[in-house]
Design a protein around this ligand. Structure first.
Ligand SMILES: Cc1cc2nc3c(=O)[nH]c(=O)nc-3n(C[C@H](O)[C@H](O)[C@H](O)COP(=O)(O)O)c2cc1C
Length: 171
């Protein structure tokens, strides 16, 4: 699939088959995550692979939509701010959240290329997330996504026109 088709084809999937994801496809998705660029190549992230079987009740405390637990796998992408690149010279901005977001984007695009569904989930509840994943204090959960075979179809993309999104030279 060429890149233009791929970015059209990726969509937020909200209905998944429980069928297991082929290990080779899972490896490809994880390798795409590994190849994501990060600030100063610090790679300040971890991907927690959660098998949903027998964990659905707890997972639904994290994000309450039924479709969250339909797929066989959920990824939790976490950042490690202490390991991230910091713009020390000017304002100490920490880029680890940006890095983790790019990782999620690589996951979603590679998955779409393989015919797998994903959906960014930012509206999760952090407290049960920390408990369920046993996150140490220095780790931040950034996003979840299910990974599985889609049972729904992409809707038309609703996006602002480019003219609403770009400016030239100054604000
Ligand atoms: C950072 C981020 C957080 C999101 N959080 C959620 C979420 O919590 N629940 C959800 O159903 N969709 C979530 N989405 C999916 C967006 O709603 C979706 O990407 C957007 O509506 C565009 O649709 P598309 O992904 O199908 O192109 C999130 C997307 C992003 C990028």
């Amino acid at each position: 699939m060429d890149f233009e088709q791929l970015i059209q084809q990726r969509y937020s999937c909200r209905h998944y088959s429980p069928a297991p994801v082929d290990d080779q496809l899972l490896d490809k998705v994880l390798n795409a995550a590994r190849l994501a660029p990060t600030a100063a190549n610090k790679q300040p992230f971890q991907i927690i692979i959660i098998k949903t079987e027998n964990k659905k009740e707890d997972l639904l405390k994290i994000y309450t939509r039924d479709w969250f637990v339909q797929a066989p796998i959920i990824f939790a992408v976490c950042s490690i701010p202490d390991e991230g690149w910091v713009r020390h010279k000017y304002d100490n901005a920490n880029y680890s959240t940006v890095d983790a977001a790019i990782v999620v984007d690589h996951i979603t695009l590679q998955a779409a290329d393989l015919g797998l569904g994903t959906c960014w989930i930012g509206a999760f509840n952090p407290q049960p997330t920390r408990e369920f994943l046993k996150l140490p204090d220095h780790v931040e959960p950034i996003a979840f996504t299910p990974l599985g075979y889609p049972l729904d179809k992409a809707k038309d993309k609703t996006r602002k026109p480019l003219s609403d999104l770009i400016r030239y030279d100054t604000w």
